[in-house]
Write a protein that binds this ligand. Structure first.
Ligand code: TYM
Length: 336
């Protein structure tokens, strides 16, 4: 059976960007395909400790799994939840892949460049981050890895490492699908990149300090609505979907489409030419606050015990699958 796999770091409450770019697509894919695919959803807690953690890591992990359930993920025997640090094969394969990856290709990662920029000294793990991510994917022979656009470079690196390993040491890893095919599989036109509300040239990110730049999943619905109302737009004075020249307006149209489930083209034609940006903001603010109210009510109904039960059974599966693939890689390298 083929595998779909994804993970979201749990350094804090997640943003609307994580929700629309990663959680929702995964939930849709899982519900569509979990009869014929393994659906692996894991918490990359080893990736989380690379940077500061807001609050308690254990609570954050449990909350992240709850997010998937609150977003409507239907659990069956093919859906597996696990914590990265509870499956030692991830760290071990990361080391083996470190011996295959080059400094050059890892230094080219945009996320590394952005995260290390301006820091007097940054930790080694920030540099090694995508290699651990490659291990996360290759251990489970995952073909499809639904992620937001910012992670595509890491998927390409994973593909390159898998092909290089297979060429040098014999067929060991399944090479994940090309990013263009990932997008096709997700049945979207483009991977999603939700923008910062105040500075729409940048992606919405949990690590941006300005409160009004991002919507957090635990924001009171009314507070989230206010943030949308104060979003940066432009001085063109006409609604048009044009990410390059009108990124703020285009971001609002994208959010409206994803939150309501109305296809983007339909949202674009409904609003095309509208001159009152305030009306569009009001509609998006309503849609987002309604979505948050429903999501938060569902979240409150899920118990920690239910999540812990899911994690325990998922980790049994994960250790079996990942342990067997690690052994293949160790044998290929002559370690066993
Ligand atoms: P992380 O925690 O940075 O982001 C989690 C997911 O959210 C998506 N995302 C966005 N999508 C659209 N618009 C945004 N503004 C936005 N911000 C974040 C990200 O693309 C991602 O899909 N390296 C991964 C975690 C990871 C992983 C893996 C994922 C570790 N190992 C193996 C898949 C497979 C990450 O940084 O996620």
């Amino acid at each position: 059976m083929k595998t779909i796999l994804t993970g979201i770091r749990t350094n804090s409450v997640l943003t609307l960007g994580n929700y629309l770019g990663a959680l929702l697509p995964m939930v849709r894919l899982a519900n569509e395909h979990s009869k014929d695919f393994n659906v692996n959803i894991f918490v990359p807690d080893l990736h989380s400790i690379i940077s500061d953690i807001d609050g308690d890591l254990q609570k954050n992990i449990i909350r992240t799994i709850k997010y998937y359930l609150a977003a409507g993920l239907e659990v069956n025997e093919n859906v597996h939840f696990y914590r990265q640090s509870h499956v030692p094969a991830h760290s071990e394969l990361c080391w083996i892949l470190n011996c295959v990856a080059t400094m050059g290709e890892t230094s080219r990662m945009i996320q590394f460049k952005e995260k290390s920029k301006g820091q007097e000294s940054c930790n080694v793990a920030i540099f090694d981050y995508p290699i651990l991510m490659a291990a996360d994917i290759l251990l489970y022979s995952a073909e499809f890895v639904p992620v937001g656009e910012d992670q595509f470079q890491h998927i390409e690196l994973t593909r390159n490492l898998a092909m290089r390993f297979n060429n040098r040491f014999g067929e060991t890893f399944v090479v994940p699908a090309k990013t263009a095919d990932q997008v096709k599989f997700m049945e979207v036109e483009n991977a999603v990149r939700i923008r910062d509300l105040l500075n729409p040239e940048k992606k919405m990110s949990k690590s941006t300090a300005a409160e009004n730049s991002k919507i957090m999943l635990d924001d009171e619905p009314a507070k989230a609505a206010k943030k949308i109302m104060s979003a940066t737009t432009d001085s063109f004075g006409k609604v048009k979907f044009d990410m390059f020249n009108q990124p703020g307006i285009s971001n609002l149209l994208t959010i409206e489409s994803l939150v309501t489930g109305v296809p983007l083209q339909e949202v674009i034609s409904t609003w095309a030419g509208e001159t009152r940006y305030g009306d569009l903001k009001k509609k998006v603010a309503e849609s987002v606050s309604e979505m948050l109210a429903v999501f938060q009510a569902k979240l409150a109904e899920i118990s920690d015990e239910e999540v812990l039960r899911l994690l325990e059974s998922g980790e049994k599966y994960a250790n079996e699958v990942a342990g067997a693939k690690l052994l293949d890689a160790q044998k290929a390298f002559g370690l066993r």
